[in-house]
Structure formats: structure tokens, C-alpha cells
Design a protein around this ligand. Sequence first.
Ligand code: IPD
Ligand code: CA
Ligand code: CA
Ligand code: CA
Length: 267
Amino acid sequence: MGLTSRDSIFEQAKEWVYEAGENIRSNMYNQLTIETKSNANDLVTELDKKIEKFFAEKIRGLYSNHRIIGEEGYGDDVHSLEGTIWIIDPIDGTMNFVHQKRNFAISVGIYHDGIGQIGIIYDVMDDVLYTAVKGEGAYKNNQKLPQLNKDVVLEKSIIAMNSYIGFNDQRINTDKIKELIAVSRGTRSYGSAALEFAFVAEGIIDAYVSLSLAPWDIAAGMILVEEVGGITTTAQGDKVNLLEKSPILTCNQEIFTTLTKDYIEIK
Ligand code: IPD
Ligand code: CA
Ligand code: CA
Ligand code: CA
């Protein structure tokens, strides 16, 4: 991906994201078909599908050699990260979308040969656009975000996590998570992984940990967090594979080692 083409892809992607956001806002109060997927709490609405289809058609129309990884089935069957790949979550935080009509986002990450180039996370109801282009910093509504605080310590950190990991999840050492909850300043659960990544990048929370995230939940956010000096790994501290689901940690570098060594133990 050349620098000129990257700039024009970035401008185009932002335009589509804003258009998709407008589409969601103007259709969200219609009677929507809501279905469940893997379990009764795993929701999908017709708008999730419609928005992903919108992106897939636009991308295929303009960039026929790019590939797409998406949550709702309009993407390609992707088994390698070669070439240019758009990794899309049309609505991240569908449960919030259905129940709260807020606190959800559109997430678009664009990778070239496995390297994150463009990350866009759009908080649709607050009209806040987080963006990052590799090597050029991260932005919130066109305002450059500062590098993450180098002086942060766990005792003064806010950690985002899904509430269930603290008390009843067999996949993690919950005793250590309880210690983490006790030692940190506070915990939060926003219900949209993309927004939680954006908040780490913004420096308003210091870490986010989740036990099973898909490529589309994290692709854009990883680029944002990296651009402000943060780090994203599996919850074990290993490199993320964007072709599979994994337990994920994204955080300020200053608390990364203590989080992975002392508090997050995946079984
Ligand atoms: C979900 C949200 C949620 C996270 C789940 C994701 P979806 O995405 O990001 O916060 O806990 O693991 O699947 O299904 O609303 O796009
Ligand atoms: Ca979903
Ligand atoms: Ca998601
Ligand atoms: Ca989704």
C-alpha cells in the first residue's frame, strides 16, 4: 500500500463510516428484526447485516483486489493476511445497540500484509470518530491524542473487563482477577470492545482485558492503541493472530508486565 493510496483509502473509509453511522441513526428506531446467534444473549439485528453489506459492496466496487473480514458473513473466506484486508465490525456492542440505543461503534481496521495501516472507530450516537494511520498518531475528532501517561501505576489505573471474568469464568484464574480488582483504582465494563480500545488509546482507561475477542472487535483498536504507545497482545502476553479469536489484553505499556505476570493467568 503506497502512502498516496493509503491517504485516499483513509479518506474514503472515513466517508463510508460516516455514511454508515447516519444510516444507523436514521433507521434505529424502526421495528428491527432481532435474532440470536451462538446463545440467547448473542444478538444480531438486520441493521448489523445491512451495514456490513454496505461496506462490502462499497469496498468491492472500488477496491476489487482488497479482501474483507467481517462479523456478519458478507466478507471473504480469508486464511492469510497477505494483501490489503478490511476488518469490519458493522456494529460493535449490539447488545448496547438493542437495549440502550447508545454505547456502540462501527469499527474498521485496514491491514496490509498483516500490518495495521488505518484504524477507525466511530461512536455513532456521540458522533465521536477515533482514527489512526500507522506512524501518524491517533486522533479523536481530528484532535491528536497524546502519548499514554508514562507515570501510571496499577494502583491509579482503571481496568476495563467483562464483569463475568472476575467471578465465574473457568478459563482464567479468578482469584488473581479479584486481586486485580482490589489493587486497581476501579474497573469498568462498557460492552463494546472497540470503544474500550478507543478509551485505552484516549488514556481514559489504562487497560482492557477480555477472554474472547474476534479480529473485527480489535483490528481498528490495535492500531489506535499502538499509535499512542500502548500495547495489545493475547491475555497471555503473546502476539495476536488476526485470523482467530483470542483472549486479549490492550493497555498502557507501563502496567503491561505486572498485568501479565501477576494478575492475568489464563488456564
Ligand atoms: C461484542 C462486544 C462486547 C464483547 C464481546 C463482543 P458485538 O461485539 O464488543 O463488548 O464483550 O466479546 O463480541 O457482538 O456486539 O459486535
Ligand atoms: Ca455480534
Ligand atoms: Ca464486536
Ligand atoms: Ca458486531
